[in-house]
Ligand binder design. Structure first.
Ligand code: GLU
Ligand code: MG
Length: 446
């Protein structure tokens, strides 16, 4: 777009972004006309930024201090360009996801996107590809304060054509939107997109959040993906649907003859996730407000168990639809539920994949399977089935993570150290807050 003084117009900017360890997308912008040139070298970045808490405080004891320089190297295949929306005057949204690298171009071990890419490569070495979709629930703030019943057409209509704009924006950026729906809670909505492969699945999770925020902003509203808007509200989850295929595309989670259709490989994978699940929560449900969600009867999961179509189970075998002769093996997937939008999608997906890979490599036997509400079982019954409770607080989750030496050994030491110092700082910042204050502040951050 040309600019001159007679016809002033905002310069078109393109951003290079990284979604950091606390799941916040940060970056720098440059003139669009210079993007091609800058693709090779990226833009500058600061190591200590990786120790930023959601409160924007850099952790005191982070390993980086004021030293060092990095490059944020954009991935050309990840570009998002949103050209239109309900407010025709709004600036276009244009960004590329990037990896953090050293000034010589070597991978930087604290980058969550690099961690995910490297984990996907480990799956490829096992002749496996990863297909994933993140489902997002969120609240819209600023709607007229009218009662609209759960899941009702009225709840959808009270947003006017927000859903339509959101879906068209997601389609325009290539996120393959599937469904927009009013959820159970007041002013709570959900948006789902088709699964995609590898790192692009976590990039897509970020894109869904950023585009939802952008469309809400253009409507004069705000969206929040916080796990709990206010004490007593209905929780917002991020559910990660995963399936594996051979590199030639053959699905490997499904076995027509097996109980619950779970193949042996899928059993080992699920067993690995369940074994590491209490510790995984430190990475997938990583804030104090996450633990106001991970409670029984929130359909969010409070126990490490696998259930067939059971929404109280941390790992759920999703239904396949047989109507119209749709092939079952391609639909079959497992859903990881103890996740929320305060987690980095790249880090959380990498962590779940690591746990599943360990399960496959060690051929772990599957236990902790139940089709009843695990909370309705007695302690003795849960123990007999091998069902562990998920952590009840961020402190407990952090302790369990550090106690899971097998899982920790799979994470780059610098990433783990930075993450732990950042989370300790965050705990110190939130320890004294009431539930109301906690909900209120995280609704702003996410
Ligand atoms: N809102 C629930 C959660 O926090 C999920 C409800 C559903 O299954 O859609 O995870
Ligand atoms: Mg839902």
């Amino acid at each position: 777009m040309s600019q001159n003084n007679n016809n002033p117009a905002p310069m078109r900017l393109t951003s290079f972004v990284t979604t950091d360890l606390c799941g916040i997308t940060r970056g720098r912008s440059l003139p669009e006309s210079e993007v091609a040139e800058q693709l090779v070298t990226g833009c500058g970045w600061v190591p200590a930024n990786s120790a930023l808490t959601p409160q924007d405080i850099i952790a005191d004891d982070n390993p980086w201090g004021s030293h060092g320089d990095l490059r944020l190297l954009p991935d050309p295949s990840s570009r998002v360009r949103l050209e239109y929306g309900p407010d025709a005057q709004a600036a276009q949204l244009d960004y590329l996801h990037g990896d953090l690298v050293t000034t010589t171009g070597a991978p930087w071990p604290v980058c969550p996107r690099t961690l995910l890419r490297e984990e996907i490569a480990r799956y490829r070495e096992l002749d496996l590809q990863v297909t994933a979709a993140f489902e997002h629930e969120f609240n819209l703030l600023g709607l007229a304060d009218e009662h609209a019943a759960a899941f009702s057409l009225q709840a959808q209509r009270q947003t006017g054509n927000f859903g339509g704009w959101l879906m068209s924006a997601l389609e325009q950026i290539g996120a393959e939107p599937e469904m927009f729906l009013p959820e159970y809670g007041r002013n709570q909505y959900e948006v789902t997109c088709r699964p995609t492969q590898g790192v692009a699945a976590a990039d897509r999770a970020v894109n869904v959040r950023e585009v939802t925020r952008e469309i809400a902003r253009q409507f004069g509203w705000r969206s929040t993906f916080t796990p709990l808007l206010a004490p007593g509200a209905v929780t917002n989850g991020v559910h990660l649907h995963l399936s594996l295929q051979r590199l030639d595309g053959t699905p490997v989670f499904y076995d027509e003859a097996a109980p619950s259709n779970l193949s042996k490989l899928a059993e080992h994978w699920a067993a690995g996730v369940l074994r590491h699940l209490p510790a995984l929560c430190a990475l997938t449900a990583p804030t104090a407000v996450s633990y106001l969600r991970l409670k029984p009867h929130h359909w969010s999961a409070a126990y490490a168990c696998l259930g067939l179509r059971n929404r109280e189970a941390a790992l759920r075998i999703c239904p396949v639809v047989e109507i119209g002769g749709k092939p079952k093996a391609r639909q079959f997937n497992l859903e990881f539920r103890p996740m929320d939008a305060t987690a980095s999608p790249h880090l959380a997906m990498a962590a779940v994949l690591i746990a599943g890979r360990l399960g496959m490599q060690q051929e772990l036997p599957l236990s902790a399977v139940t089709d009843v509400d695990p909370h309705s079982l007695s302690d003795a019954q849960r123990e007999e089935l091998g069902i562990k409770s998920l952590p009840g607080s961020l402190e407990e989750a952090q302790r369990l993570l550090l106690a899971d030496s097998e899982l920790c050994a799979q994470l780059p030491p610098a990433l783990l150290q930075t993450y732990v110092s950042m989370k300790r700082q965050e705990q110190a910042l939130t320890r004294e807050l009431s539930e109301e204050q906690l909900c209120e502040s995280y609704a702003k951050f996410y």
